[in-house]
Design a protein around this ligand. Structure first.
Ligand SMILES: Nc1ncnc2c1ncn2[C@@H]1O[C@H](COP(=O)(O)OP(=O)(O)O)[C@@H](O)[C@H]1O
Ligand SMILES: N[C@@H](CC(=O)OP(=O)(O)O)C(=O)O
Length: 506
């Protein structure tokens, strides 16, 4: 296509004969997208889109591409066509290429042997080099990429003791993928620039799971990001940010979705598009149930519950900025954008009933029993005070006259403090403590879930399994229970087959 970004001040796309397939793709994508937007009443245009704030909204879109959508050159190529076809996309928030963050997490482990360390470094380099082999980087990108790669190799070869250094190392996946993807977009004729998101995505210093500072992010975005948006596509990193001292932070595993929603909020975007490897959010993980079906529309509440209770396709915090700032969220497949996906919107779901089933493995059940609880007050307050002192976050709670059962998330990526012996000792001072591991939390998600007739079928389905705890009533959007981890895939499949395959919400 031969468009030199240095000389290109207009956001545009030029097609030659050999690029005819892009035209067809763009037309198909546009038809699909326009169809959806027509339903929603939004206006789409193929023209350059200036940053116009209508009311408190611009007409821009933030597009997030997950690790699978930038896994290799072919995936990047598919993803780039979506941006070419949708001129409202002005910020692209990228994840690290699939597999890279897992290597980086391993490299944070201080007990690695030299050979193991080198194998993980080589794993990261191999993924970058395979993509680089298909590209010729412009000088500005080439220099930055080489420096970033050298900085990665230097840091990765050391034993890193602090959480701050772990976050610095974890950030390299996104920092590298954004150089490569910027070039892929330029090769399609887009005026793309790479932007270091740490300049604007401001967080506290809770390394590993930093909390964004929304006001500081908005302020930095209006000074540094919004002025760049009129005639360029900004390629930036998901997952990472920086604290007030300029140190790199991360938002927790899978956090790029959250970054995209935060950036959309900061630039007053109308929507966030999450591009992944499935054609939307399904009635359950499609890898587990072949008959799982994509859900066309979900409310913010339903989507938040699904993400919280294990639907890996969306980071649970994504809905927070989207919901408070009225930003619609779309989830679709970067390989097959024309197949549509799931729209997550403020409107309440039209259909009461169960719409999906999710599971979250590696849960702990903590049961605290004390005869003193009988007719006594203050027991629960004492329990929760101790858990909070140890920064332990509780998921489900059920109580009986003399005991309380609590579930805690112990997933490897939960980024939460583990249940340590100090906490258990403190609880044991006034009650009998039992800890059960290897459990899975299964959640039925929907709207106005009440134990009506077809939900009662659930009890029949579950009668074949050993259920450890059931929790229902605090939210109308879920009904949760714990099962043994070894059985949980079967439980989800049985529930899906009996409750969702006949009247799965669409
Ligand atoms: N309810 C669900 N709907 C769709 N996908 C789901 C669901 N639950 C789990 N998943 C899994 O989430 C995966 C996509 O998330 P992820 O691997 O994080 O993608 P990305 O690389 O785009 O970040 C899918 O491949 C699918 O197996
Ligand atoms: N790369 C980070 C952040 C992320 O969001 O990735 P993905 O979009 O591939 O889930 C991770 O693997 O956790």
């Amino acid at each position: 296509m031969g468009l030199n970004p240095q000389n290109c001040h207009q956001y545009r796309w030029r097609a030659s004969g050999s690029e005819f397939s892009y035209l067809i793709f763009a037309a198909k994508f546009f038809l699909f997208y326009y169809g959806l937007d027509a339903v929603k009443g939004d206006e789409m245009t193929t023209q350059s889109v200036p940053h116009v704030v209508l009311g408190n909204k611009s007409n821009y879109t933030v597009a997030k591409f997950g690790g699978t959508s930038v896994a290799n050159f072919a995936a990047m190529d598919h993803s780039s066509k979506i941006i070419v076809a949708d001129k409202s996309v002005r910020i692209v928030a990228l994840s690290a290429s699939a597999g890279v963050t897992n290597h980086l997490v391993e490299l944070c482990n201080s007990s690695l042997s030299e050979d193991e360390r080198q194998a993980h470094i080589n794993g990261v380099l191999a993924i970058q080099q395979a993509i680089l082999a298909e590209l010729s980087l412009d000088t500005d990108l080439e220099q930055g990429f080489a420096q970033t790669l050298a900085a990665f190799e230097k840091l990765a070869s050391q034993t890193l003791q602090t959480k701050a250094l772990h976050d610095e190392l974890l950030s390299f996946g996104e920092r590298l993928s954004t150089y490569l993807f910027t070039q892929v977009l330029r090769s399609k004729g887009l005026n793309a620039i790479r932007f270091d998101v740490r300049q604007v995505l401001k967080t506290d210093s809770q390394f590993g799971k930093a909390t964004p500072n929304v006001a500081a992010t908005a302020q930095a975005a209006s000074a540094l990001l919004i002025p760049l948006l009129d005639d360029q596509v900004i390629v930036t990193q998901g997952f990472i940010g920086s604290d007030e001292h300029g140190q790199t932070t991360t938002l927790g595993r899978g956090g790029s979705d959250y970054s995209a929603a935060l950036l959309a909020e900061a630039i007053h975007a109308k929507s966030v598009h999450i591009w992944t490897d499935v054609v939307g959010i399904f009635s359950t993980d499609p890898r587990l149930c072949v008959k799982a079906t994509p859900i066309a529309r979900l409310s913010f509440d339903e989507a938040a519950e699904m993400a919280t209770f294990g639907a890996k396709v969306l980071h649970p915090a994504t809905i927070l900025p989207a919901s408070r700032s009225h930003i619609n969220v779309f989830v679709g497949s970067s390989r097959e954008p024309e197949r549509g996906g799931t729209w997550i919107e403020r409107e309440k779901s039209q259909l009461p009933g169960i719409r999906a089933v999710t599971q979250r493995k590696n849960q702990i059940l903590l049961t605290l029993k004390s005869p003193e609880m009988l007719l006594a007050s203050g027991f629960l307050a004492r329990v929760f005070t101790i858990l909070s002192e140890f920064n332990i976050s509780v998921d489900l709670v059920t109580t009986s006259e003399i005991s309380v059962a609590i579930t805690l998330d112990n997933a490897p990526n939960a980024s939460r403090p583990e249940l340590d012996q100090g906490c258990l000792d403190k609880l044991a001072e006034f009650c009998h403590v039992s800890v059960e591991n290897n459990l899975t939390l299964v959640a039925l998600i929907g709207s106005e879930i009440q134990l009506r007739q077809h939900e009662m079928n659930l009890m029949q389905v579950l009668s074949d399994f050993n259920i450890r705890l059931i929790c229902h009533g605090a939210s109308k959007h879920n009904l949760c229970f714990l099962v043994e981890q070894g059985e949980s895939d079967n439980v989800v499949q049985a529930i899906h087959s009996r409750l969702l395959e006949s009247d799965c919400a669409a």
